[in-house]
Structures are given as C-alpha cells and as structure tokens.
Ligand binder design. Sequence first.
Ligand code: ATP
Ligand code: TYR
Length: 451
Amino acid sequence: MPFRRMWRASSLNGFVRLYSNRNILKLHERGMFEDIFPETSNHEVTDLLNARPQCVYAGFDPTASSLHLGNLLVLINLLHWQRGGHKVIALVGGATGRIGDPSGHTMDRPELESAIINANVCSIKENIQRVFSNHEQYLWDKHASTRTLTPAMIVDNLDWYSEQNVVEFLHCVGRHFRLGTMLSRHSVQSRLSSQVGMSFTEFCYQVFQAYDWLHLLQRFDCRFQVGGSDQMGNIVSGHDLISRVADTTVYGLTLPLVTTETGHKFGKSAGNAVWLNADKTSPFELYQFFVRCKDSEVERLLKLFTFESLSSIKNLMTKHQENPELRTAQKKLAEQVTLLVHGEEGLETALKATAALYDQTAESLMELTAEDISRIFEGAKVCDLLLLPGTTILDLALQAGCFTRDAVRIISAGGFYINYQRVSKIDEVLTEAAHILPNNVTLIRVGKWIL
Ligand SMILES: Nc1ncnc2c1ncn2[C@@H]1O[C@H](COP(=O)(O)OP(=O)(O)OP(=O)(O)O)[C@@H](O)[C@H]1O
Ligand SMILES: N[C@@H](Cc1ccc(O)cc1)C(=O)O
C-alpha cells in the first residue's frame, strides 16, 4: 500500500482540523496549563487576549544537541498561541546555556565547551524551525481559517548579552534584585540545603532569564512567558523585575511536566529523553513510543500533543474503546506527533518500518534502507558479508555466525528464515530476488530470534 496515501486518508477523516482560540486560557480544558502568575489574573488575561494579538515567548537552553518531547510540549503551546493569532518568540539560550539553570538540578551543570554550545544552538534552532514549518504545512488548515499564521521569531539571548558591559548590567539590572527573594527560590533553597551547594554563576541564572523577558518586552511588547512548571521561579523573577522597572503587567503561564510512567520528568538530565533529532530518536522510534503508550494515558496525550478538537478526541476515544487492541487512538497520536516532528517523509518512513516489523513480508522490508532495518531490529547482530556465486543457505548461516552447532538439523527442521520466509534446504543457492533484497539486505531469523 502506498504510505503517502495512508496518512492522507486518515487526515481526511477529520483529524487535521482547526483548533485555535484567541483566548489561550481555554487550553486549560486540554490539561495544557498548570499555573498562572500573578495568580489572580485570569480575567485580565482573558480580556487582554481577546482585545488584540499578544506576544509570548518560551526559552530553551542549548544544553543538548536536540530538543525532546518535554520541550515539544512547550513548542506546541506556542503553536496554539500562533494559531490563536498571537506573535510567538522561541528563545534559544546561547547565553543562559553557558550559565546553567539550577531549576530541578541537584548539582551544578557540567560546563560545556563553547564550540559544543554553538553547535547545540544551531541544531536546536533547526528543531524549532522544523516543528513550526511542519505544523504550518501539515497541521494547519489555511483554507478553513480567516487567519494567517504570523511567522514565529527565533532569537538567541547571546545577541544581547555578548556586548553587555558587566558594570552597566549590575548597575542597571542587578540593583533591582533583592538577595532575600533570590535566596527564597525553590531552585536555590534546595541546593543550599544540599551538600554540594551551588555556584555563584547558577545562583545568578534567574537574573538573566528575568532580564530576557524585560528585553523582549521592550523590543517586542512581549507580555507573556510560558515554560514547564519547573520554570515558575524564573518566571516570577522576570515578573518582579518588570514590575519594578516598567509600567506594564506581564503574565507567566506554566505547563505540566511530561513524565514517565514512574512519574519522573522526561528530560536531558534524567537521561530518558525522546529526542526530536532523527539521529538520536528515529521517526520510527518516535512513532512507536506513542503507539506503545498505555490506554489510560492516550486521551491525555492526544489533548496535549495534537491540535484535534476535544469533541473529535472524545469520538476517537469512543471508537478506540470499542476495540482497544487495534490501538486506534495511539496510532492517531503517533501519526500526528511524527508528522509534526518529522514531516510527511518521516511519517512515511515510520509507517514503512512499522509495516516491516508487523506485516513480516519481504515486500515491506524492501521499502527500507539498510540503516532503517538496523534501527528497527535494534540489538540484532548486523554483519557485512560478501556473497560469492554459489553460496548456499548453509554457507550463509555459518558465515553469519547463526549456529555454533546443529545447523543442518535446525535448518532442515524448519527453524531458519530468510526475509520472513522459512528456508529448509541447506544446499539451496542464494539468489538476488529471493534472498537478497534490492537494498542489499538479508534478514535472517533462527527460530524466534532475528539475527
Ligand atoms: N518533561 C517536560 N515536560 C514539560 N516541559 C518540559 C519538560 N522538560 C523540559 N520542559 C520545558 O522545556 C523548556 C526548556 O527546557 P530546557 O531545554 O532548558 O531544559 P530541560 O530539557 O528541562 O533540561 P534538563 O533536563 O537538563 O533540565 C522549559 O520551559 C522546561 O520547563
Ligand atoms: N531556563 C529555561 C530556558 C530559558 C532560558 C532563557 C529564557 O529567557 C527563558 C527560558 C530552562 O532551562 O528550561
């Protein structure tokens, strides 16, 4: 089946649909917001959002070469703002990445070389651009909307810190920070009470994130900041700074943290990240991650990670519950996220790989590259063999190291498979079409094991 048509067909079933609302606080219904700061500002914020387009930002520090699923939730939140007609800024922390956010960390972050940080900045910018452009191309129905999306801006805070004079900064900005308040932040308190303590550099992190917001307010009238719930302390610092120096009220919104089944935050430091870069987590792995999610989790994730309306999700869940083993809801979720992260091509690769794994036909294997195959059968042994004319099934089995003994008996008894087909004649000569696929791959299975 042509894969291109597979996802198009399902999107015509009403999956790519407009969900956009100028009043972003409505996203609360999707479980998208955890907190708002100042706490009592719901009505003011609703009025402001309805009155005219607003500007919002979220920041990402370049402490790894790729963003991950936790960060994707923040990007999706920004996309909802964009769909609602607002202006969106994604900030990459070329400067703050050199300082290190202590939030949620039990010790100082390891120092990264400048060259690594610069490379990370580039690849994170690429991730952000890719997600925004895939969203516009595949998940935004421009014909159904009277609105056009205002292009997202990507900024790097190194641009305003690299020329910053330190005396000037302390004189103008530092004086607005009270030591008692800085010390009271949870990120600081938890470290001060630990054995390792914290460096002055990380202690100052909140000043930099706070000043970023002031800078973006002054340049772009950016009155909103969003971030994971671990960012509340830094967001409050920004709010406090701005309320001291500017005559404008600003608002912070935090999102729930995406956690593992055991309740741990998904992230770089926790070492459990599902990445947006294909070389760290392939489109197939990303797709499978969502296909495998539990029935009890899938509805919540559909609300968080797709743009589908709540009523469509409800209908989908009803359909899903009629036949849960088909994993209808999980497949839709996986399809939407893979499309957002890797575009149409990535989704096709993921679907082809899934078919190869589950259909178990030589045809499905032919659709894949050798690299795709080794990723799908991760952990399976890969060996390069030069097959000479006249090589038999037994030769292949021995050269590939499938048996230490009993080769003839096991193959003859039907325990040996090539490209999912059982082969039991030990002296059968290998041929290109039957045993070696056009991508030069031969998939061998002994009994239940894929080699
Ligand atoms: N698991 C998560 N769920 C929701 N938001 C997250 C998650 N992980 C990170 N974020 C948010 O993504 C934004 C950027 O985070 P950043 O990349 O700087 O740190 P991080 O991924 O949390 O890294 P680390 O694990 O090293 O702390 C922040 O707003 C952060 O709160
Ligand atoms: N502190 C954020 C990233 C960030 C950096 C600069 C900002 O201005 C805002 C956010 C984090 O580590 O998750």
